[in-house]
Design a protein around this ligand. Structure first.
Ligand SMILES: [Fe+2]
Ligand SMILES: [Fe+2]
Length: 189
């Protein structure tokens, strides 16, 4: 079963209470929807995958290697279908999961999960605190500064872009564009 957007948020909030985690889900959802439109994917499905991808986050924080591995149980209990479960597991590929991203939806999720964080942080340090005037080149500058948003794994994003067959610049450009319309919801602007 593919839950509705509303049901997906209810399910996410059943297992996660920290507002920053909900905002991250919203950012990833918006970015997934944008790429679905661009790449001919099912926008609602891609969006729900974005909402649910970190469903087990708060329950596995003490044991990070369990992240992505508790999720199938939580999702199956709620009746969520295997297509979504596979996608959720694949976002931690090579870090905490051995499920490889196969289709476009999974490759995009793998690529943009952490990139949304880098882009949001790059927006927050601007005088405008907004994505409205954030350009790819200033994200690239932050990308090279290893002390900036140091938790963001650049190698994973680079690998993901290659899997998508898209240049890093194009992925960054689309991720900025994806989050501009929802920036107020995710703490910017
Ligand atoms: Fe995650
Ligand atoms: Fe995430």
């Amino acid at each position: 079963m593919i839950p509705t957007r509303e049901d997906a948020f209810v399910l996410l909030k059943k297992h996660n209470s920290d507002e920053s985690h909900i905002k991250h889900a919203r950012a990833v959802e918006g970015t997934m929807r944008h790429f679905a439109r661009k790449m001919g994917g099912d926008e609602d499905l891609w969006g729900v995958v974005g909402i649910l991808h970190d469903i087990d986050w708060e329950k596995t924080m003490a044991e990070p290697e369990r992240h992505c591995n508790l999720a199938p149980e939580l999702l199956r209990d709620a009746g969520v279908g295997e297509e979504i479960i596979h996608a959720v597991q694949s976002h931690g590929w090579s870090i905490c999961s051995d499920v490889e991203p196969i289709n476009d939806m999974e490759k995009v999720l793998f690529t943009i999960d952490e990139l949304t964080g880098l882009v949001i942080t790059a927006g927050l340090v601007r005088p405008s605190k907004s994505l409205a005037d954030l350009e790819v080149k200033s994200v690239k500058k932050k990308w090279k500064d290893k002390t900036f948003a140091r938790g963001v794994n650049r190698d994973i994003i680079q690998k993901g872009a290659e899997m998508m067959g898209m240049s890093l610049d194009e992925v960054i450009e689309n991720t900025i564009a994806a989050m501009r319309p929802i920036e107020k919801e995710i703490g910017l602007g």
